[in-house]
Design a protein around this ligand. Sequence first.
Ligand SMILES: [Zn+2]
Ligand SMILES: [Zn+2]
Length: 309
Amino acid sequence: MTPPIDPDSALGPGAKRTTQPPCLDVGRLLPELAGRARTAVRLHPRRGPEPPRDGSKIGGAFYWPKGRDWPVCDEHRSPLVSILQLRKEEFPELGFPEREDLFQLLWCPQDHHPWAEHRVYWHRRGEAPDLLEDIPPPRSAEDCYLPTPCVLLPERVTEYPPYDELEQDCRDKIERWSPRELLGARAGERPLDYWGKDILDEPSTLYEWELSTCPGTKIGGYPSWIQGDETPVCRCGRSMRHLLSVASWEFDGGTFRRWLPVEEKHLANPWPKTIINAHGLMLGDAGSIFYFICRHCPEWPVRQVSQCS
Ligand SMILES: [Zn+2]
Ligand SMILES: [Zn+2]
């Protein structure tokens, strides 16, 4: 038995976060979805000692070649801020260009249309003889877009398509589930969610909250839509592919039963900010920004979709 984790203590070596297995086997209940299972990488951002300049992390000082201008927002004439940096060997599933091995997401920490506007950079580590010593701070910023530096504790999980993206006959099938029977649960055995829904009586909510997409900041998999499917279409006419999500909260009062990590299960609602919102970003009303990529177009355009409740 691992001892309970103190959410405010520093992360020790070998720290990890683990998602509990799903309560139902979607692949068996909905065999038509078997080919649509995807792996998402939960990043589990947590506060800890800052990784090296070229390490995988949220916020902090990023790798940037000396002599190359740090990016500036044209609209606000202000330097961008570091949001997410990922090394290829730790996150190969992100999909890197052949030559590059470091991914960066930066954004302007001011309101755009509607939220922080991003830019993406790919680097080859070690190529620059020297790194930019002092990254310029933004001239002004909304605090909600400024991340507290975090380490990443990546974990791979299997996802199924969001309910919004399912065909009608598949949705009908879910609606006919009896979770009580499937789980062999008796009434009252699982506590009511504090939002007042008994998900044992609402199979589509059970599917959404526990069996399909993982909430929180992650790479790949499916977007955990808040306001329905808004998958962007690239200018080449193709649907873009979900690249990553930056979420305000790692889970919430609806999704915590599956997605609050096993190591932190002893912590009760209200969960410490260092767990549910370690990076301190607040996107709209606890919203998420979903990033999509097209790898058919040569410059690999990345578009963002912002949603909140
Ligand atoms: Zn701006
Ligand atoms: Zn395209």
